[in-house]
Write a protein that binds this ligand. Sequence first.
Ligand code: FE
Length: 299
Amino acid sequence: MSIRPVKRHSKAMPTREGAGVDLFRAFGFEEPSAFDPFLLLDDFRNDRPEEYAAGFPWHPHRGIETITYVLAGSVEHGDSLGNQGIIQPGDLQWMTAGRGIIHQEMPQGDAQGRMHGFQLWANLPAALKMTAPRYQEVSSADIPEVIEDDGTKARIICGEMWGAKGPVEGIAADPVYVDVSVPPGKRRSLPVETDSHAFAYVFAGSGTFLNASGPRRPVTEAVGEVAETAEPMVDNRSLILFDRGDTVTVQAGDQGIRFLLVSGRPLREPVAWHGPVVMNTRQELVQAFEELQRGTFLK
Ligand code: FE
């Protein structure tokens, strides 16, 4: 067993998207190879309807998959192919845009005005960029939840962990997407495929992702004492990118810790990215935007 050390950690940054939605972006645009096959993660938790109600009106996507996981409030979805639906709390929508869709995503708050959720973008390999669009709508009840002896809970959205298999299927990058809650004070190891890129995004509580196995050096109160391992304490809106290994180990703080743990096999292909369209070459990008202008984008 080898622990994946923390390669880097950062905080999600405030960003305005769509028709004026205030959200936090954990990663996106800067360095696609670091998170390959994932491109972007947006945290759109917001308790102020005026900051999200304008939503994401009609816009295109090509060459990617968008994965929307809702925790509170709902997202009404409709597209130019006639698909529509509402993503409710606990539900997930895995949309393969493939050769192209034009859709809108309109968030609605719950009774308290809260809209909480995440959208992850996964890249498609060259061979599937122009595949037919596809939706996998998963309702909360169909997402298996595993509870371990120490009280750690994991909702398995995609991929396999601890003997449970998520309902989302047929994804090229073989991703594992789990929503993990570790109780206060507990230390927990989670398996991650060695060859995958893996990251965690913390959205409740706090804790530390360990860089090595074995007993930690006790934390001393002495002034000027530096901990032997540079393991950062992470909390809400922290993004942790892991290095290679086959497990991730977390030590939960006093309030416990809850995070998304996402991993997938890197595609290692060239990325040509402009806004909602992600292709392999600049020429394919130009073609996509020309087709949008000409009205021939949808196949
Ligand atoms: Fe979209």
